[in-house]
Design a binder for this molecule. Structure first.
Ligand code: UGA
Length: 434
């Protein structure tokens, strides 16, 4: 099929490249000329495993030609289906800000007004229930002068990609959710995903747009709450000298709990869990419902970095001291620092008067925007050198191999938020929940 993808963020670029991999002809539309040029050169604007290979294979010179990028919305006129992958930031009260989606839908609708052919528009961004039906469809109706279900179709297809493993998650999904409010749009979405569904044998859930939107929030809300529950239990374990990881291994054997997503520690960050839980909590309140569990999940998550710093306080007064922070990315495998737990940890250290020496294998440049004036060490060893304590915030594999590097510390105090560094002789070691 001929597909356009509006937005070249991490989701847009990933799905555009993956659609090309499935055999579709794809055009990726973005306002950012640099990003467009990068993709057209067969390169990738973000740090994402396997994506460089896919983009090189399908875009740029020597590629299959199935992927190209442009700043021109008119490109959608040569396609049958458009996926809207635009950002959905949050307002100060945590509620969703749909203004970028609204502007994109307006521009798309204005462009499609020149189109006599049927076109299906699919919302891919995470939006609160009712957004597609009550906001996007009316915008497209007004801009095109047509009628949803008659002259154009509207669908909603939530994504469940994890940063760092997005390509693998796309090509081998747990499920594909197709939300549509009319049959023809649903048919188009089935055609788009057919090569994936037949190859990967993924279960397909077909529903309306409102339910598809809610499935995404329920998925992320449930996972965020699962993590906060194991962290809450982990905090109790710590008080009793019990290793939460041993407990998690045991309870994970119960199918109803499941072993995945039970690594407790300093909490969840990223662009999704924090924003999505905030948006659905605000949406619930908007309808007069108090989302107690989701509120608590956030509260526990906010508490974890404070508890990490509290453990540090038990062992060292870091006022005027150098403290190493190992890991800045919100999780390993990405250079994304949005809502990284490293942010409250660095803030807490600075409040205590410490001099922060931070190290991350890939996320340094992104963190510089938050904290331009802390030290960014070129290696973990350099960060540890002369430090009065070290806090582990991201579970990068390379931290597991650290050994005599700790000998260069002024005081060998390691406060672990992720359980990647091992206890070893000579080290004063505290695990956050073990
Ligand atoms: C998350 C969801 O996992 C995806 O399914 C979803 O598509 C995506 O949000 C989204 O809405 O776009 P992502 O934010 O990339 O994906 O990262 P995760 O791998 O889910 O990790 C989120 C946070 O939880 C990280 O800070 C990670 O360190 C933390 N985490 C994860 C734990 O603390 N323990 C675990 O056992 C797993």
């Amino acid at each position: 099929m001929r597909i356009s993808v509006i937005g070249s963020g991490y989701v847009g670029t990933t799905i555009a490249a993956c659609f090309a991999e499935l055999g579709h002809e794809v055009v990726n539309v973005d306002v950012d000329e640099d990003v467009v040029e990068t993709i057209n050169a067969g390169e990738v604007p973000i740090h994402e495993d396997r994506l460089p290979d896919l983009v090189a294979e399908h875009a740029g010179e020597g590629g299959t030609g199935r992927l190209r990028a442009t700043t021109e919305y008119e490109a959608v006129l040569d396609t049958e289906v458009t996926f809207l992958c635009l950002p959905t930031p949050q307002n100060d009260d945590g509620s969703i800000d749909l203004s970028i989606m609204e502007a994109g839908a307006t521009q798309l609708g204005d462009t499609l007004a020149a189109n006599a052919d049927w076109h299906t528009v699919v919302v891919k961004s995470t939006v609160v229930p009712g957004s597609t039906e009550d906001v996007i469809t009316p915008i497209l109706t007004e801009a095109t002068g047509g009628t949803a279900g008659e002259t154009f179709g509207v669908g909603m297809n939530p994504e469940f990609l994890r940063e760092g493993t997005a390509v693998g998650d796309f090509l081998d999904p747990d499920k594909v959710v197709l939300g549509a409010d009319d049959d023809r749009a649903l048919g188009d979405m089935r055609d788009v995903f057919d090569p994936l569904v037949s190859n990967a044998d993924a279960p397909v859930v077909e529903t309306n747009t409102r339910t598809a939107e809610m499935i995404k929030y329920a998925n992320n809300g449930f996972l965020a709450a699962k993590l906060s529950l194991i962290n809450d239990i982990g905090n109790v374990c710590k008080e009793y000298g019990v290793d939460t990881y041993e407990v998690a291994d045991a309870i994970g054997l119960d199918d109803r709990i499941g072993e995945r997503f039970l690594d407790s520690g300093v909490g969840w960050g990223g662009s999704c869990f924090p924003k999505d839980t905030a948006a659905i909590r605000a949406a619930a309140r908007d309808r007069g419902y108090e989302p107690t569990m989701l509120d608590a999940a956030t509260e526990v998550n906010d508490r974890q970095p404070r508890r990490l710093l509290g453990l540090l306080d038990d062992h060292a007064d870091v006022d005027g001291e150098r403290v190493a922070v190992l890991g800045l990315a919100f999780k390993p495998g990405t250079d994304d620092v949005r809502n990284s737990r490293a942010i409250p940890v660095v803030e807490g250290l600075r409040e205590r008067g410490a001099t922060v020496a931070a190290y991350d294998p890939v996320a340094t440049e992104n963190m510089r925007a938050h904290f331009p004036d802390i030290e960014y060490a070129p290696s973990a060893a350099a960060a540890l050198d002369g430090a009065a304590a070290a806090l582990v915030v991201t579970d990068w594999d390379e931290f597991a191999a650290l050994d005599e590097e700790f000998d260069a510390m002024q005081e060998p105090v390691v406060i672990e938020g992720r359980r990647v560094v091992d206890r070893r002789e000579g080290l004063t070691y505290e695990g956050l929940t073990w």
